[in-house]
Write a protein that binds this ligand. Structure first.
Ligand code: GCU
Length: 680
């Protein structure tokens, strides 16, 4: 039913009676807060609903500590006040302690939000028939675990593939916030604590009085779930919306205008998370328009938000798509972020976080990590990931993304010759001692579709995002297995099949859309969907392959190319500078080579292209047949809807395979050793 989609991994499906009877279930729920809109109160209700669903037991909720068989949820402070002794768990902001012993369960949050997270964790165990006794504390790897929605105020969503916005309709925030609250519930269960609800290509009208009241409505719906709301700002608002004749960030009237607007916003939403700003990128206005620096621009908002406790997520995705010229061998959009932010590291206010896309270009199927992470030593940084599959099949292709994200999060940048792993050292704030204001943002773009993302299987990416933001070391298969049990039940065949297909999916997609680090060979000026290798050159967007009749790839070396490799710390730069040490999967990202160049795997570049495209399409062709084995093991609606998408994917993979292989076959004139690619 549609509810299965809406509830995603929070279905609380009834366990089979013989399994359910092995559970030791407390008799009461005690939620140590009486305020109905508090996360702890909500946690009590969620526990009641979950235990009823999973185990068919109806528990009462009280709000006073009581002895005996109960599950008690509350903050450390509430536990202490109620006289229940809990030792002193070591908890950081949003962390929780979970103890399950016989029929006594204690869920202790460092704050209200942490307590709610602990309740979801307990329910996740029950739903997976995990009845073990545990006692442990867990804390987030980073304080910022946000979502970005690219929702426009007219209800459309930029790069959204699941119907209209749940946040905006008719140029205003929605009045019915049911779906908003349901989304917040899902987000709370994966420990997301903030969301920016409007597009980074922002409409200044969001700042009208009526719209501020609408944002407050949305914030009210999400607050009980511990999710704070933030908004994207348009840099030119003082002029286009405020009627000033300038938006120069150093102009007194501009500063006064933003201060007043920010104060007003905080009157409407006292706990507004803060602002997200896309400036001087892809035609958006910004401080460079007035010859000011990016830090001047970011600090303008930071100063206005500071008295209210707000933060500014300032995007590093700054580049000039008007002046990139492929005829200049040294021109390279990949250089832009470090070029723009170099020299500003000490200039940002302490409530500014620079939000950096995982790779230097734009959410491609394979990119090296952004070198900017190594340059921001004083400035707080956050990584930007994409759950919405813009370049990755737009939810019509199954592509499980945590393995891709892990290539970035696990990467050791060796800053100053010391261990600097992006997830555990840099985004955690430990490496540069920035604990408190670092973390994660993911562009998600859910819509009104009953599956949220447009595809049931795509939801593992949203779930996986939350899990990795909490703990970037968690294993991607483990994430998938948990998600599958929660979403589709405990059947082994279901879990094994979905896990196998999902783990095969990103490598397959890379194989049929763009391998060896050449990027996703899609339609670069259009919707970013489907094969279009010819559009990848001679475009002003700076996403180039430099493919000609003899050779291909971007020479990003220092000695002969764009110099991008030199933006990495010395040890990493040395690896990428040389063809011999660059891994095959990034070869064409860093080097320009003949099609006949022999890879480490023994094949020529062109033969690898041919073979990989066949291999990728072959894998995709197995998906519908793998899935068919699940008929009857999961409900018909989700079975059918997924079968439809996987069948489409198998066909589209062939389209990809043949378009790309034909294209390079004609361009290079080199025959396929296995005679599959015809150049008629
Ligand atoms: C990509 C995407 C745009 C988006 C931009 C951004 O270029 O295609 O739709 O606005 O990234 O992240 O700002």
């Amino acid at each position: 039913a549609a509810e299965d989609g809406l509830n995603a991994w929070l279905r609380y499906a009834r366990l089979p009676p013989d399994i359910a009877k092995q559970a030791t279930v407390p008799l009461n729920i005690v939620a140590l807060n009486t305020t109905e809109t508090s996360p702890v109160y909500v946690a009590g209700q969620e526990l009641q609903k979950g235990i009823k669903g999973i185990l068919d037991r109806s528990l009462n909720i009280t709000h006073e500590a009581s002895e005996g068989s109960s599950v008690v949820v509350g903050t450390i402070a509430a536990f202490n006040n109620s006289g229940i002794s809990i030792g002193t768990p070591e908890l950081e902001q949003d962390g929780f302690w979970l103890s399950i012993k016989g029929d006594t369960v204690e869920i202790v949050g460092q704050n209200e939000r942490g307590a709610l997270y602990g309740a979801f964790e307990y329910l996740s165990m029950l739903a997976q028939a995990n009845f073990t006794e545990v006692a442990y504390a867990t804390n987030p790897s980073a304080a910022i675990r946000w979502i970005n929605q690219w929702d426009n105020m007219d209800g459309t969503i930029e790069r959204g593939y699941a119907g209209p916005s749940i946040f905006f309709k008719g140029n205003a925030p929605v009045s019915n916030v049911t779906r908003v609250a349901e989304y917040a519930r899902l987000l709370a269960s994966i420990r997301v604590n903030g969301i920016v609800i409007n597009n980074v290509n922002a409409n200044a009208q969001i700042l009208s009085d009526a719209n501020m009241a609408g944002i407050a409505r949305i914030a009210d719906a999400m607050r009980p779930w511990g999710v704070k709301v933030g908004i994207s700002l348009n840099f030119a608002s003082p002029q286009t919306f405020g009627g000033l004749n300038t938006f120069d960030p150093l102009d007194k009237s501009v500063i006064a205008w933003w201060t007043k607007i920010t104060d007003k916003l905080y009157q409407h939403v006292p706990d507004l998370a803060g602002f997200l700003v896309k400036a001087n990128s892809e035609g958006q206005p910004g401080p460079l328009t007035y010859g000011r620096t990016l830090s001047d621009g970011a600090n303008l908002f930071a100063k206005a938000a500071k008295p209210h406790g707000g933060i500014v997520m300032f995007r590093a995705f700054v580049y000039d798509n008007q002046h990139l010229n492929e005829r200049n061998w040294k021109d390279d959009r990949a250089n832009a972020a470090v070029d723009f932010f170099r020299g500003l590291d000490e200039k940002f206010d302490d409530n500014v976080v620079v939000q950096v896309k995982y790779g230097p270009i734009d959410f491609q199927v394979r990119e090296p990590p952004s070198p900017l992470f190594a340059h921001l030593k004083q400035t707080a940084s956050a990584i930007e990931l994409q759950v919405t599959q813009e370049y990755l099949g737009q939810q019509c292709h199954l592509v499980y993304l945590p393995p891709l994200w892990k290539t970035i999060l696990d990467f050791d940048l060796r800053v100053d010759g010391e261990k600097s792993v992006i997830g555990t050292d840099i985004l955690s704030g430990k490496r540069f001692n920035k604990k408190g204001l670092t973390g994660y943002a993911a562009v998600v773009n859910v819509g009104q579709n009953a599956t949220w993302l447009g595809s049931h299987l795509a939801m593992s990416n949203l779930y996986g995002y939350g899990r990795l933001a909490w703990d970037p070391t968690v294993n991607e298969v483990e994430i998938l297995e948990d998600w599958t049990r929660l979403t589709f039940g405990l059947d082994d065949t279901v879990r094994e099949t979905i896990t196998r297909m999902s783990m095969e999916s990103w490598p397959a997609y890379e194989n049929y859309t763009g391998n060896l680090g050449i990027q996703t060979l899609t339609d670069i000026t259009g919707p970013h969907y489907g094969p279009n290798p010819q559009s990848m050159d001679n475009n002003a967007w700076g996403q180039w392959t430099r493919a000609d009749a003899f050779s291909i790839g971007m020479d990003r070396t220092v000695k002969n190319g764009t110099g991008f490799a030199g933006q990495y710390p010395t040890e990493v730069a040395a690896v990428f500078e040389e063809i011999e040490t660059t891994p095959d999967d990034l070869l064409l990202w860093f080097h320009h080579v003949p099609y006949t160049h022999v890879l480490k795997n023994g094949k020529t570049v062109i033969q690898h292209f041919y073979d990989a495209h066949y291999a990728g399409a072959e894998t995709a062709a197995t998906f519908p047949t793998q899935w068919a084995k699940l008929e009857g093991l999961i409900d018909k609606q989700r079975f059918d809807e997924t079968a439809f998408r996987l069948t489409y994917q198998a066909g589209h993979a062939i389209v990809w395979r043949d378009s790309i292989n034909q294209f390079y076959n004609s361009l290079s004139g080199i025959a396929d050793a296995h005679d599959r690619v015809n150049n008629h």
